[in-house]
Design a binder for this molecule. Structure first.
Ligand SMILES: Cc1cc2nc3c(=O)[nH]c(=O)nc-3n(C[C@H](O)[C@H](O)[C@H](O)COP(=O)(O)OP(=O)(O)OC[C@H]3O[C@@H](n4cnc5c(N)ncnc54)[C@H](O)[C@@H]3O)c2cc1C
Length: 376
């Protein structure tokens, strides 16, 4: 494989790498080579259009774009318009459906009451005090002292055990400051000014970004297989895992992964909403995604099949896609060592969610890439 003639090499075609490549090509008129280990662009945000149903499927789980940042919103709108989708999350607990995150609707339904915001706040404070948590040491303590045992046992405990494979009693308190609770009937999941799903899907955004003259992308190429062949003077933007970049010299960072069970169901509408969480421990899945609901602007009334993904959380094994950084104290200490080492590198920039070992939403990753571009 030939790599000469490229001053800039971007490792990973997720939003971080694509934003940098696009800016370098468009603003600086540079030639940029993107190396991507997968066979498609977009990293975890990739989606494709199912030809038979015309449903946009988010291959790595639901992705909803939301931001308050004008710069990010103006930037992303160059590549696609967005629909007016507003995300709402529901959760099933003991065969009843509630609204998430916990809000006045959830509280009133759960306690079978008709409380005002002030009364609901008082009730949860009373429940929190009744729990008598003297010293807040664990994840469970943080939440129980805030909302009490009944809501915690119903909506938080089972979901957390399934998501992290840990009893919340054993998770340290520092991983959560406060649980977001709303004392009104605002059922929207995000509050951001700008929200939506790209009209033609995320896949189309990535195609548009890659169309900029000067960008070449090569799929199914792992940077570590060819790094010795790259021009020595090339400037590298790397968005793979930071511990792998340094050959795990300070140890491995821990992650959680997800698996999806995909089904095409012979129904027009399976669950009536895009995401249904499962709070009960007995159900091994954490949630179910139904993708047709992300495009309310499309008339799906004649649809005879719908596509759903059941999601389950699992330990990340070597070679699997990492999804969520676990971020225990030990991980933080290891990451700080890698970060310090990365800062000594010349002509190499590490970033994105894997390069920074951080959970970041799409708008945050794009903003980081725009800032880095401005800096260099
Ligand atoms: C389940 C889930 C749901 C989410 N939902 C939302 C949401 O609703 N809204 C939102 O804003 N954000 C959401 N996010 C976050 C979003 O996925 C991230 O912000 C985004 O993917 C980060 O982009 P990135 O470029 O940093 O990383 P990635 O998308 O992971 O891209 C990194 C790329 O680098 C490639 N790569 C890695 N190593 C190598 C190598 N050695 N050689 C070549 N290529 C390599 C990978 O294959 C990958 O394509 C969600 C995340 C998860 C896990």
């Amino acid at each position: 494989m030939e790599f000469s003639g490229f001053k800039y090499i971007v490792v990973g075609a997720g939003f971080w790498g694509l934003t940098l490549a696009e800016r370098l090509a468009t603003i600086r008129k540079e030639k940029v080579l993107i190396l991507e280990a997968k066979n498609h662009p977009g990293g975890n945000c990739y989606s494709y259009l199912d030809r038979e149903t015309n449903i946009e499927v988010h291959q790595y789980g639901s992705h909803i774009f939301h931001t308050n940042n004008d710069r990010v919103w103006n930037y992303i709108n160059q590549f696609s318009g967005f629909n007016n989708y507003r995300h709402k999350v529901l959760t099933k607990y003991k065969n009843e459906v509630y609204s998430m995150p916990i809000n006045l609707m959830t509280i009133n339904q759960f306690y079978k009451k008709n409380l005002t915001p002030a009364e609901a706040k008082w009730l949860l404070q009373t429940e929190g005090s009744a729990a008598q948590i003297k010293v807040v040491q664990s994840f469970e303590d943080v939440i129980v002292s805030q909302i009490g045992y009944p809501l915690y046992e119903a909506f938080i405990k089972g979901y957390t055990v399934k998501q992290w494979d840990q009893d919340p009693k054993n998770l340290p308190a520092y991983i959560i400051k406060r649980l977001p609770v709303r004392y009104d009937y605002n059922l929207n999941y995000f509050d951001d000014r700008y929200q939506g799903i790209p009209g033609l899907g995320y896949g189309e955004i990535f195609n548009q970004m890659l169309k900029r003259p000067g960008i070449e992308i090569r799929y199914n190429v792992d940077y570590f297989d060819i790094r010795d062949q790259l021009p020595r003077e090339a400037i590298i933007f790397y968005s793979g895992p930071i511990d792998k970049y340094f050959d795990y010299c300070y140890g491995e960072l821990s992650w959680r992964s997800l698996t999806f069970k995909e089904e095409t169901v012979p129904l027009n509408d399976f669950q009536g909403t895009s995401v249904m969480n499962f709070a009960d421990m007995e159900n091994p899945y954490t949630r179910c995604h139904e993708f047709r609901h992300y495009h309310p602007e499309i008339d799906f009334s004649n649809l005879t099949k719908t596509i759903i993904f059941y999601e389950k959380s699992k330990e990340t094994k070597k070679g699997e896609v990492p999804y969520y950084p676990i971020g225990m104290k030990k991980d933080k200490e290891i990451y700080e060592k890698y970060k310090a080492k990365a800062q000594t590198l010349k002509n190499v920039y590490l970033g994105g969610r894997l390069g920074e070992y951080a959970y970041m939403d799409m708008h945050q990753v794009i903003l980081k890439a725009l800032d880095l571009f401005a800096q260099i």
